[in-house]
Design a protein around this ligand. Structure first.
Ligand SMILES: Cc1ncc(CO)c(N)n1
Length: 224
């Protein structure tokens, strides 16, 4: 059993909970309200900028050229490929991308960036892995079930596609390679980071479905 097999077995209950979320069910059925999808998309645009920054930091701190190369490629791809996917949707719906991070988006991006700022690089690599791996598994399961005319086809095809899939395989290989050099206590830290990011993936979808807001307006009548 590889280290990453072990990581996946740790998060299976969380993964199952993700697949049960109304956001995922309705995305699969194509019944997810457009407004909810757009809320998600805007939060995801904000998320991807910091995801890309964290990937760059993991590249800077890698001590193998092939790992550096992969992380820099990911960082660039996230900014370009997924950025285009989002742009297509904004054009299709005729909306502008303007939003501030929701509390859950804020928690997730700050977790990634603070991990990169203060922890060993292998811990950052483990924190980044669910961002790839969860999306592939979710993408593939949705792809199996979704109909051809699902309005979110482009999104589904991106994450169930070969290019994304190859990137995920590489991220898994890198994680196993770096884990091999690490002592037991660091593997524990890596596992903790992997689980935390997976929980934050769950929260991200849940919070999008609920169109989560900061609680200040109800607390003291603050108007945006
Ligand atoms: C929140 C989140 N995690 C992972 C991905 C995959 O890149 C994404 N687009 N958004």
């Amino acid at each position: 059993m590889t280290f990453t097999d072990q990581l996946w077995s740790e998060i299976e209950p969380i993964y199952d909970a993700i697949m049960e979320l109304p956001f995922i069910r309705e995305l699969t059925e194509g019944t997810l309200p457009e407004e909810v999808f757009l809320f998600y998309l805007k939060q995801d645009t904000l998320y991807l900028a910091d995801f890309s920054r964290t990937l760059s930091l993991a590249g800077v701190r890698s001590d193998r050229y092939d790992h550096m190369n992969s992380f820099f490629q990911y960082a660039a791809n996230v900014a370009v490929v997924e950025g285009e996917l989002h742009q297509d949707y904004y054009e299709q719906y005729g909306v502008e991308m303007e939003a501030e991070k929701s509390p859950s988006c804020f928690a997730y991006t700050n977790f990634l960036l603070s991990t990169a700022a203060t922890k060993d690089n292998v811990v950052t690599i483990a924190a980044l892995l669910p961002c790839f791996w969860i999306y592939r598994e979710v993408g593939l399961e949705i792809y199996e079930e979704a109909s051809a005319d699902n309005p979110y086809r482009e999104w589904i095809d991106t994450y169930a596609g070969d290019e994304f899939n190859e990137g995920v395989d590489r991220a898994i290989t890198i994680t196993d390679a770096v884990a091999e050099q690490e002592p037991e206590h660091r593997l524990g830290e890596m596992t903790e980071a992997f689980v935390k990011s997976t929980e934050l993936e769950w929260m991200f979808w849940k919070s999008a479905y609920e169109q989560e807001q900061w609680p200040f307006e109800e607390a003291y009548g603050f108007e945006e």
